[in-house]
Design a protein around this ligand. Structure first.
Ligand code: AMP
Ligand code: MG
Length: 417
């Protein structure tokens, strides 16, 4: 069999698969052990540092799920109507203190403690009332419309495990348990700098051959989204002493160091030589597009990721490798980043040999089916493609071109919570 021609395939026998790179990173990272106590109101986006055991039942007592009438279920007639005598009202926060006897009922509001003896609530729309005479009928079931004590969470049960990312729902659950201070994993410190003699800071005029340092802003933004403490070490010029000094400084303050640029074929040896004295670094050619080169290693006690300089490559490699690695380092339990299968309405160019992360935008077709469209030009320097997109179209290594109507997998940029 003839090997396919060069322009058709993109296999590199020395390249590492995305999965293998992820596996190697994962085995090299140990989650932080240190914890700190933080007020619940400051816990959003942080990682739980201990298991939470419920100190009480939620709800703490049986209460009404409806506005209506509380009574004994045994008073519901088998057929026809029955008249009950209303003896008082139970409000949310102000219980009715007396027991409900056979033939009696209590007006009850949603959330109010169920009076002693009552085990059933009939919604107000289902009764006929005149003064303190309440007519109920046989359509009701004993036990209905009651929230049982502990039906949400039972006292003594493990409510959340160490490593849980605290979202608004978790803050609410912890508040419902009355827990005002939470043991969290300590915040991760991440230092980063960009490298390149061509880089120009904002506010400086752009002289010929220079570009504005956009990676500085995308990297800082992606780090901030993860809730880490971001240490911006600025632009570091392509000089050995400068780079070595920046790494030494970063390693002294940070749990992780991220750089952009300087890992492509032309510059990789320079970075590797510079880092040899400070730590261990592997330079990987990854079978992915965009983002083929990636440096990963350890500098003193910090982990290090060297991202490619191309803006889309820097973002893509951050999301695929750095983000899960930092989440693991901060003790967060593995997140499920589900891929969703949808039809693609665009034609996508793709050579087998690398996993591709093309940029796409989800939309509904006329029939209501969710579909994805390419954002267009897919060059690794076209940063606007990331801004237009709301997902990566993830094409497996073996995939060739995608024709309109073919199903593809997408990875969403944003979740609801
Ligand atoms: P490098 O990986 O250093 O070879 O850079 C690859 C490409 O990305 C070059 O075109 C660089 O000019 C560009 N680049 C490198 N660093 C940055 C940066 N911080 N912001 C924007 N573009 C960059
Ligand atoms: Mg460079």
């Amino acid at each position: 069999m003839q090997p396919p021609s060069d322009c058709m395939v993109d296999y590199d026998p020395n390249a590492l698969s995305v999965e293998e790179a992820l596996r190697r990173i994962d085995t090299d990272i140990q989650p932080l052990a240190e914890t700190e106590k933080v007020a619940l109101s400051e816990c959003l986006g942080r990682v739980l540092g201990e298991d939470i055991i419920s100190p009480l039942n939620v709800p703490a007592y049986a209460n009404s799920a409806m506005d209506g009438y509380a009574l004994r279920g045994s008073d519901i007639p088998a057929s026809g109507m029955r008249e009950l005598h209303m003896i008082g009202t139970a409000w949310a926060g102000t219980p009715f203190a007396e027991p409900v006897e056979p033939g009696e009922c209590v007006r009850i509001m949603t959330g109010a403690l169920l009076p002693q003896g009552a085990d059933t609530v009939i919604m107000q729309e289902r009764v006929e009332r005149q003064g303190d005479k309440v007519q109920i009928d046989s359509r009701n079931k004993p036990g209905q419309h009651v929230r049982r004590a502990g039906e949400d969470l039972a006292a003594g049960q493990i409510v959340m495990h160490t490593g849980k990312l605290l979202r608004p729902a978790e803050l609410g659950v912890l508040a419902s348990l009355g827990i005002a201070e939470i043991v969290l994993k300590r915040t991760l410190r991440v230092a980063f700098f960009t490298t390149g003699d061509e880089l120009c800071s904002l506010g400086e005029p752009l002289s010929p051959g220079k570009i504005y340092d956009s990676n500085r802003y995308t990297i800082a933004g992606m780090l901030r989204r993860l809730g880490v403490t971001v240490i911006d070490l600025g632009i570091v010029r392509d000089r050995r002493e400068d780079i070595a000094r920046a790494f030494t400084q970063a390693a002294s303050v940070a749990d992780a160091i991220i750089t952009s640029g300087g890992v492509s074929v032309g510059e990789a040896d320079f970075v590797k030589e510079t880092l040899e004295a400070l730590g261990q670094v592997s330079l990987w050619k990854i079978a992915m597009k965009p983002g083929r080169p990636l440096a990963f290693g350890k500098i003193e006690n910090s982990i290090f990721f060297g991202l490619p300089g191309n803006p889309v490559s820097a973002m893509t490699t951050f999301y695929q490798f750095v983000q899960p690695a930092l989440q693991r380092l901060m003790g967060q339990s593995a997140t499920s980043n589900h891929l969703i299968k949808v039809p693609c309405v665009s034609r996508l160019k793709k050579a087998p040999g690398r996993m591709e992360f093309q940029r796409g935008k989800l939309e509904r077709d006329a029939g209501g089916q969710l579909t994805v469209r390419s954002t267009g030009e897919q060059g690794s320097g076209i940063l606007s493609s990331m801004s237009q997109a709301d997902c990566f179209i993830v094409l497996p290594v073996t995939s060739g071109d995608v024709e309109p109507g073919n199903w593809v997998e997408v990875q969403l940029f944003e979740g609801l919570v």
